[in-house]
Design a protein around this ligand. Structure first.
Ligand SMILES: *Cc1c(COP(=O)(O)O)cnc(C)c1O
Length: 474
């Protein structure tokens, strides 16, 4: 990065006031939420870093576009605008809108997976893996080993290990591999990119065996920015250019437009093959809506079309990733254990290292999210054993190599001072970390348990040990 600031290529025209809460109010709110930040009321949250999904601030152009919504049931002009933008930026031939990313994942999984098939992927994403399993597939992790090492500085920790992929093909046979599910800027690894060299290599490998490759291109634009920064031959290319080249190697993509796409709702299934696209258009009518709206209002498709255009600009993505890196640098300077290199959409704290006194069975990452909320009203998300769930065969808890909390930065929403408040709270918690206690389940849902699970402190009645010296509050 240059020594000049990453400052934003926009100014603020409208503000949304936030409610400030006391520490006592927050202690009560987190207890009522079962120590699960997903169950907090947004009103009780000061800085909401739960997710970058659908939390983006739209531009004046997007809001103006909302007024141009063509709410016809069929053939809305906003659909054709969206189709044109997707073809221009992602390059795939067919565009099927969906209500959000998982709608596209559902259809792709049902269309392309036969029961018993293996579905290799570069680390799992919750909804992606679940839809693959619901279609009878078996997810197989083929990400490089470095991705599982939070201390590895490898610049492309999202890469697929071609040897793992080859071994899988040799083991089950190419015809039992449904497709390669290739996620860009791998969320669960900490927002870590794939290199273009790797995308090219593994797509070629798959195609040699007649195996298709579908991107999870939800954060492909952030990935393209990292390619520009870290892959020598792409330094002079525009992000839009790199994005098109990434997509040119794949057969299609699922996208949650709630991330890169700078909107609050929407998803996409993008495909090249005519016959598969025809089947997808037949299916979208059953689950989402007609193929020219896919569960979205015309105005939402217009906002998405404009959002994709804005998000693929170098100046936008430089500032977006720059803000994430700013927070990471502040934490690193205080020796907080974070996943390196910094990801595109958030900072991931290694909770196992932050709270070594809390055993994995007491969910240190979940406990850290609760403690952070009580300290400063900052809402983060657990990405560890709670998110990972239970083994579908043995029913045992799966303890993934990474036990993280995620501070996900919404796009164009918070200021540098908000990042400072967040960093100061985490640093204060780290200084008093022995006072944070673990958690145990009081309620555990069967599917995607992290969303609705409830917990209680494993000892005492609070997330901080009794007589805790209070960390600096807001
Ligand atoms: C958010 C997300 C999804 C699912 O998209 P939704 O819009 O939430 O349904 C899929 N893959 C990745 C990588 C995501 O981050």
């Amino acid at each position: 990065m240059s020594d000049r600031s990453w400052a934003e290529p926009y100014k603020i025209k409208m503000v949304e006031p936030l409610r400030m809460t006391s520490r006592a109010e927050r202690e009560q709110a987190i207890a009522e939420a079962g120590y699960n930040t997903f169950l907090l009321k947004s009103e009780d949250v000061y800085i909401d870093l739960l997710t970058d999904s659908g939390t983006n601030a739209m531009s004046d152009r997007q809001w103006a576009g909302m007024m141009l919504g063509d709410e016809a049931y069929a053939g809305s002009r906003n659909f054709y605008h969206l189709e044109q933008v997707c073809r221009e930026y992602y390059g795939f031939k067919h565009v099927v809108p969906t209500h959000q990313g998982r709608g596209a994942e559902h259809m792709l999984s049902q269309l392309c997976i036969n029961p018993g098939d293996s579905v290799p992927g570069n680390m799992y994403f919750t909804t992606t893996k679940l839809h693959q399993e619901l279609a009878g597939g078996r997810f197989v992790d083929v990400i490089i080993d470095e991705a599982h090492d939070p201390d590895s500085e490898y610049p492309f920790k999202g890469n697929v290990d071609p040897n793992k992929l080859r071994a899988l093909i040799a083991e089950v046979g190419a015809e039992r591999v449904a497709y390669l599910s290739l996620e860009t800027n791998v969320n669960m690894a900490g927002g870590q990119p794939c290199s273009l060299a790797n995308i090219r290599e593994v797509c070629t490998l798959c195609h040699e065996h007649g195996i298709k490759v579908f991107l999870d291109a939800t954060r492909a634009i952030e990935n393209a920015w990292f390619i520009k920064q870290r892959e020598a031959e792409y330094g002079d290319r525009s992000v839009a250019d790199i994005l098109r080249e990434m997509c040119s190697h794949a057969d299609g993509a699922t996208i949650s437009a709630k991330k890169d796409g700078l909107v609050n709702i929407g998803g996409l299934l993008l495909l090249n093959e005519d016959e598969l696209a025809e089947r997808a258009r037949n299916m979208v009518v059953v689950y989402e809506g007609l193929h020219t709206y896919g569960g979205l209002a015309g105005r939402d498709m217009e906002a998405m079309a404009i959002g994709i255009t804005e998000s693929a600009q170098d100046d936008h993505i430089r500032a977006r990733v720059g803000q994430v890196e700013y927070l990471a640098e502040r934490l690193l300077a205080a020796d907080i254990p974070i996943v390196r290199p910094t990801g595109g959409h958030g900072v991931f704290i290694n909770a196992a290292k932050f709270l070594p006194h809390i055993p994995r069975e007491q969910f240190p990452a979940q406990a850290l999210t609760a403690a952070l909320y009580v300290d400063s009203g900052v809402r983060a998300m657990e990405r560890g054993a709670v998110s990972s769930g239970r083994d579908i065969e043995t029913g045992e808890n799966v303890y993934p190599s990474l036990e993280l909390i995620r501070l996900t930065i919404p796009r164009r929403v918070y200021t540098q001072a908000h990042m400072d408040v967040t960093a100061e709270s985490i640093i204060a918690l780290h200084e008093n970390r022995e006072q944070i206690v673990g958690l145990r389940f009081t309620y555990e849902p069967e599917q995607l348990r992290f969303f609705q699970a409830r917990f209680e402190p494993a000892e005492g009645t609070r997330i901080f040990r009794a007589k805790a010296k209070q960390a600096a509050g807001v």
